[in-house]
Design a protein around this ligand. Sequence first.
Ligand code: C2E
Ligand code: CA
Ligand code: CA
Ligand code: CA
Length: 278
Amino acid sequence: HAKEQGKECTRFTPSMQMKASEKLKMENDLRRALERNEFYLLYQPQVRLETQEIVGMEALLRWNHPKRGLVSPVEFIPVAEESGLIVPIGEWVLQTACLQNKEWQKAGYKPICVSVNLSMRQFLQPNLAGKIGRYLEEIELDPKFVDLEITESMTLDREMAFDQLQRLKALGVGISIDDFGTGYSSLHYLKNMPIDRLKIDRSFVSEVMEDSNNAAIVSTITSMAHHLKLKVTAEGVENEEQMNFLNEQQCHEAQGYLFSRPIPAEEFEASFLQRNLM
Ligand code: C2E
Ligand code: CA
Ligand code: CA
Ligand code: CA
């Protein structure tokens, strides 16, 4: 199962290495974290390579634990997932990120898209599209400014995934496949699933200049995406060489430390929105 969740999980497997007692403790702490306002979001900009403008942001969850301090999502998300707590937590993430995006639009900044990570448990909810649709209507955010990130492993049950994605697409939100290349997508269902974008996993991007196999993988994914009329985003772009290579491959968008680490909303507003020409 860990393998399905992509490379990072197989490398760290924090939830598997954790003792049962530790997990239980964390689960109990997580149960209270929402009501105690211990979660917050950071935002990482997404840049259109052709023009260098900010066209989106990914919302990334952080947990400020009262005793342990900052806990990495790589550590607590698997626990939240196993316990089902990811459902209310994920809902909070989605609502908070969408509301932030709406606030910025109301303030008059050039509209950008917000990307939100969905977990398997959320994706399995039959009423997910209904809930999201109602919330977007309530806050009056145009669904085209919302992008949902799922992983390849969530589409293993093809029929379920197809139906769920159809319902989500019908709302007008975008769908991206996160960590693309680390899971088991078959080309057959990539062709048939109603998705909009592939996000090339950071593991391929990070050594793209050193490892010719990675370069081949990145250029193959990019060109395949073009042929399938999908957008492509590269994650984990850390230097200009990587960015130039991706630009040459006509990768549409990029995200990574080269542009910015994930940062708090106020900083995102000051550093990026106030400079993004209207
Ligand atoms: P992800 O969705 O693949 O998010 C990208 C991760 O890469 C983030 O780690 C980000 O901080 C990091 N990153 C971005 N640019 C660079 C770079 O240039 N170099 C390097 N080395 N790293 C970069 P983060 O924030 O620790 O999140 C880890 C994972 O936790 C995420 O991976 C995602 O799977 C999960 N996650 C985070 N927030 C949420 C959430 O709200 N819901 C769910 N279900 N999962 C979340
Ligand atoms: Ca993501
Ligand atoms: Ca990713
Ligand atoms: Ca990842």
